[in-house]
Design a protein around this ligand. Structure first.
Ligand SMILES: [Zn+2]
Length: 454
């Protein structure tokens, strides 16, 4: 396997890519975002891609690159990955410099290596290797058109992705299938494909009871306290006892899982002790007594993320504040529409706050849930390739997280979407010491070569 790949050269190029601090959330590093785009565009042009750099406003550009097959193409394979990364802090917890690629003990380390620069680069290398026709001795020359979609705004919520994708609609409509390489394997050498992701809708709510803060000795009992109102309201949305969300009609569009789906997900279930260890939590809860592990996969959820008001400094101050605010979000499952949920939430707040209390509800972002039919030839084909490369059957899974690209590409182009990747659970994405298992990195390239050339 991969005996002919020039690993030193590949790692050198990857190291140049990792060295670019393409942190999309940091406006001071926008220049580095542009450096990343330029490095990728240059590389892709050298591989005969027609490269389009799509810009809107001042957000990280989207790269859409098309490489026509030499002869008559068999099909068009599109692949999504993202070139932006999370900030490196807390820097003191890194054992190696975050933006320096280091290979140590079978791991490739560096910010973004697992999420998602490693996958992005694997895709490029796979094409390059096929073009150079080196590797396996078999004829693997590229019979398919390839489209790369490289995003730079993933870590900040992909808010312009749909708009930019629509600008490249003509090119992207050629795709017969979309691969999204931004998730990982179940365990080392155990590949998996995801068929579902939860959606999300994120809010900021402010409750206001009056014009100013008041003295609790003078006015206690005579005025409402917004901290109490807000905390009562949040507890009304979801009870910690049942785990159920109590907003009327919230569950109307949620479908029940089929027996087949439950059995499929049984295979990827983690034990309670694994989950306890992984989370470090003192108490695990569930919304499905029979299948506790499905709680984070096939059920919507609600979580407040922050709450602020009043006096939180040292010492004491007997204030009745006039305002309290919170940020919270709902994770949504298939068939729930974020716009519909937004209306229900707004109505619920209105109905559950006393008359004459003011509130403002802001939507800070949303993503529809993603769900795809697993009975499609591309998933079967991919599973077959994985079996050859990893010598293990492919698990079929779904995740509680959200990736905008999956839902957007599927909704606009109505083609199969295959969500997969080669990183491992201990890869520390978004954390210090982010890493990619070296063996999985090279095997992943082998797998992509087979997918591209099949
Ligand atoms: Zn990612």
């Amino acid at each position: 396997m991969s005996n002919f790949m020039n690993k030193t050269k590949i790692l050198q190029e990857l190291s140049d890519f990792i060295a670019i601090e393409s942190v999309s959330t940091d406006p001071n590093r926008f220049g580095q975002i542009i450096n990343a785009v330029e490095l990728l565009a240059k590389k892709l042009k050298a591989l005969n891609f027609e490269v389009r750099i799509i810009k809107v406003d001042k957000v990280p550009p989207l790269i859409v690159a098309f490489r026509p097959a030499q002869g008559k193409p068999e099909k068009t394979i599109a692949v999504y990955a993202h070139y932006d990364v999370q900030p490196e802090d807390p820097i003191e917890r890194w054992k190696t410099p975050p933006f320096k690629l280091v290979v140590n003990n079978g791991k490739i380390l560096g910010r973004g290596i697992a999420d998602d620069k490693g996958h992005l680069f694997q895709n490029i290398v796979a094409v390059e290797e096929l073009i150079n026709d080196v590797g396996t001795g078999r004829d693997l020359s590229l019979q398919n058109n390839i489209i790369f979609i490289f995003e730079g705004e993933e870590e900040t919520g992909s808010s312009h992705l749909e708009e930019m994708i629509l600008k490249a609609k003509e090119t992207l409509a050629k795709a017969d299938v979309f691969y999204i390489t931004d998730v990982g394997m179940h365990e080392k050498n155990i590949p998996q494909i995801f068929y579902g992701l939860r959606g999300i809708i994120y809010f900021e709510l402010e409750v206001e009871t009056g014009e100013k803060d008041l003295h609790s000795g003078v006015y206690g009992n005579r005025v409402l306290n917004p901290i109490l109102l807000l905390s009562e309201l949040l507890s009304k949305i979801k009870s910690s006892e049942t785990g159920k969300i109590n907003i009327p009609h919230f569950y109307d569009d949620v479908r029940t899982s089929s027996q087949q789906e439950i059995e499929l997900l049984e295979k990827v279930a983690r034990t309670e002790s694994q989950e306890k260890k992984e989370t470090g939590t003192y108490k695990l809860v569930t919304v499905d007594e029979k299948h506790p592990h499905l709680s984070t996969k096939t059920y919507p959820s609600f979580d407040p993320h922050g709450i602020w008001s009043g006096f939180t400094e040292q010492g004491l101050k007997t204030v009745i504040p006039n305002k309290a605010a919170a940020k919270f979000s709902f994770r949504l499952v298939e068939n729930q529409e974020p716009e519909k949920i937004e209306k229900l939430v707004k109505q619920f707040i209105k109905d559950n706050l006393p008359e004459d209390v003011k509130f403002s509800l802001k939507n800070l972002g949303k993503d529809a849930p993603f769900y795809t039919d697993i009975e499609n030839p591309y998933i079967e084909k991919t599973a077959q390739v994985f079996k050859e490369v990893f010598n293990h059957e492919t698990l079929i899974n779904r995740s509680g997280g959200s990736i905008s690209a999956a839902e957007i590409l599927q909704r606009i182009f109505k083609k199969p979407v295959v969500l997969t990747g080669f990183t491992l659970p201990g890869d520390n994405i978004h954390s210090p010491n982010e890493n990619f298992d070296e063996e999985m990195f090279w095997k992943g390239i082998e797998a992509l070569k087979k997918i591209y050339s099949a």
